[in-house]
Design a protein around this ligand. Structure first.
Ligand code: ADP
Length: 455
C-alpha cells in the first residue's frame, strides 16, 4: 500500500511540484468532510498547526440550515470559531484530485483548546479510550453500499431526481459481467482510495440494479471511521469526475433494496490477542464477547438514532430485503440485527446489520462501543441465540420503526447520557427532532397522488 504522508514528505512533494494543495477537513454531524483547501506552502508553514472554522458546522442540518435551539452555538452567540487541529497521522495523498493531499482535523474550543464534546471524532475517541484504559483495542469495519447512476449529479438535479438511469438494469449481487460494465468508475474508486493509504479489500455488486459495495479492511475504530468518511467522499468525487452520480441514501427508491453500512466489531488485547475468542466455549465466543453482545442487544434501541439518523433511514427496514427488522443475535444469519461471523476462529466478530449507508460512522461506532462497554461493565448475560428467519419471529426485540421513536429512546438513554455526556445527547436529540419536523412539514408526492381525487 502507498504510505501515508508525513509533513516532511509533503514538503518534498511540494518542492518537487507533485502536491500544491492540502484539504484540511473536519467531520460534521452528518459524517461529511468540511474544511478548506490550503495552498501547500501556507499549510506547511502555518496551517499544519491549526486553522479555524465557523462553529455552525456542528449545528446545521444536511442542507446547512442554521438550526436554532442548540446550547453550543446560535445567532445569539454570534456563531464564533472552532479550532481545527490537523491530526497529522491522517495526512495522505488524494490521487483522484490533481496535486492534492488531505488531512483530518480534531475540533477544539477556540479559547481553551479542549475537544468539543459533541464533535463526532471526539465522541468516538472518548469511547475508544474507555476500552484502551482496560487494555482492550476495539477493531472495527464498516461495509459501505451505494447506488451508481449513469448520469451526473447536475443532470439528476435538473430532472428533479426523476427517471434517473441506473448504472445497470438488473440485480447484480456478486455478478461479474454486470459489474464489469461499471468498472471504469468502480475500479477508479478502489484504486483511488488505495492510493490514499486506505486498505481496500474489494468491491462487489449488490442486490439491486445499480447497487455496489466497497469493503475496507478492519482497523482500529478511529481509523475505520476516518476511512469511511474519506471513502464516501471519494466515491462521490470519483463518480462526479466520470460524469456519474452515487447516492448513499438508506432508501432512495420504493422498489429497490436499501443501502446499508454493516458494522463489524471485535476486541483485541493491546498486544494483538483476539479477546472475543475462547475455543473452549460455544461458537468460540469468549465470556467478554458474550457480555459485549448482551450490551449491544440491551441497548439496541438507545443507539438506533446513530445507525439510522434520518426519516428516510427507517424506510430501509423492510422484511425480506436483507435489512433487519429485529434486534436479536444469530449465528451467520442475515435476517438478524446482529450476526455472529467467524465462529470458532480468530476472525470471530459481531456484525451489526442495522445501520444504513447514511450513518455518521463516528457516532455509529461510538454508540456500539458504549453499548458493548455497558454489557461488559455490568456483566450482562447473553440471551439464547435466535434460530431461523428473524423476519417472521414473534415476540422478539424490534428495531425502532421510526426516527420519532428512536429519538425518544436516545433522549431517555441513561447509558448514553453517562457515556457521551448529557449535553452531547441533548445536542443530537435536538438534531433528530429538527430532522423529523422538517419532514412533517412536507406535503409529499405520495400524499397528493393518493388523495387528490379520492380524499
Ligand atoms: P461478509 O462477506 O460475510 O460480510 P467479509 O469477509 O467480507 O464478510 O468481511 C466483512 C468485513 O469484516 C471486512 O471489512 C473485514 O475487514 C471485516 N473483518 C474481518 N475480520 C474482522 C474482525 N476480526 N473484526 C472486525 N472486522 C473484521
Amino acid at each position: 500500500m502507498r504510505k501515508m504522508l508525513t509533513l516532511e514528505h509533503l514538503e518534498e512533494e511540494f518542492a518537487a511540484g507533485t502536491i500544491d494543495t492540502v484539504l484540511a477537513c473536519m467531520v460534521d454531524m452528518q459524517g461529511r468532510l468540511m474544511g478548506k483547501r490550503f495552498h501547500a506552502d501556507y499549510f506547511i508553514n502555518n496551517a499544519y498547526d491549526e486553522t479555524h472554522s465557523c462553529n455552525y458546522l456542528l449545528a446545521t442540518d444536511l442542507e446547512m440550515a442554521t438550526v436554532e435551539g442548540y446550547k453550543s452555538t446560535g445567532w445569539k452567540a454570534g456563531y464564533g470559531d472552532y479550532v481545527m487541529k490537523p491530526d497529522l497521522s491522517t495526512l495522505r495523498r488524494v490521487p483522484w484530485l490533481e496535486g492534492t493531499a488531505l488531512v483530518l482535523c480534531d475540533v477544539l474550543d477556540h479559547h481553551d483548546y479542549q475537544p468539543i464534546a459533541h464533535s463526532p471524532r471526539a465522541i468516538l475517541r472518548k469511547q475508544i479510550e474507555r476500552f484502551v484504559d482496560l487494555g482492550i483495542q476495539p477493531m472495527m469495519a464498516t461495509e459501505l453500499e451505494f447506488f451508481l447512476f449513469d448520469q451526473s449529479y447536475a443532470e439528476a438535479c435538473q430532472a428533479g431526481y426523476r427517471g434517473m438511469p441506473l448504472a445497470s438494469n438488473y440485480n447484480e449481487d456478486y455478478h461479474i459481467f454486470q459489474t464489469t460494465k461499471e468498472e471504469v468508475v468502480i475500479r477508479a474508486m478502489r484504486n483511488g482510495v488505495y492510493g490514499a493509504g486506505i486498505p481496500v479489500e474489494c468491491s462487489k455488486g449488490e442486490a439491486s440494479a445499480g447497487q455496489a459495495e466497497i469493503n475496507i479492511k478492519y482497523d482500529k475504530a478511529l481509523t475505520t471511521a476516518d476511512h469511511h468518511s474519506i471513502v464516501k467522499n471519494a466515491c462521490k468525487e470519483i463518480a462526479w469526475g466520470h460524469g456519474k452520480a452515487v447516492t448513499f441514501m438508506a432508501k432512495w427508491d420504493n422498489n429497490s433494496a436499501g443501502s446499508s453500512s454493516h458494522v463489524h466489531q471485535s476486541m483485541w488485547s493491546l498486544e494483538g490477542q483476539p479477546l472475543f475468542l475462547d475455543e473452549s466455549r460455544e461458537h468460540g465466543m469468549s465470556q467478554m464477547m458474550c457480555h459485549y453482545l448482551a450490551g449491544l442487544l440491551a441497548h439496541a434501541d438507545d443507539v438506533t438514532c446513530f445507525l439510522a439518523p434520518y426519516v428516510n433511514s427507517y424506510k430501509r427496514f423492510c422484511e425480506g430485503t436483507f435489512a433487519p427488522t429485529k434486534a436479536i443475535w444469530s449465528l451467520d444469519n442475515r435476517t438478524a440485527g446482529f450476526r455472529l461471523c467467524g465462529a470458532n476462529t480468530k476472525a470471530i466478530r459481531i456484525e451489526c446489520r442495522i445501520g444504513g449507508a447514511d450513518l455518521n460512522p463516528y457516532l455509529a461506532l461510538a454508540g456500539q462501543l458504549a453499548a458493548g462497554m455497558a454489557g461488559i461493565e455490568q456483566q450482562l448475560e447473553l440471551e439464547t441465540e435466535f434460530v431461523g428467519n428473524a423476519y417472521g419471529g414473534q415476540d422478539i426485540r424490534e428495531v425502532p420503526n421510526t426516527l420519532r421513536e428512536a429519538t425518544e429512546k436516545l433522549d431517555q438513554s441513561t447509558m448514553l447520557r453517562e457515556a457521551f455526556g448529557s449535553d452531547v445527547i441533548d445536542h443530537y436529540v435536538h438534531a433528530a427532532r429538527w430532522e423529523q419536523r422538517q419532514y412533517d412539514k412536507q406535503v409529499t408526492d405520495w400524499e397528493v397522488a393518493r388523495g387528490f381525487e379520492r380524499a
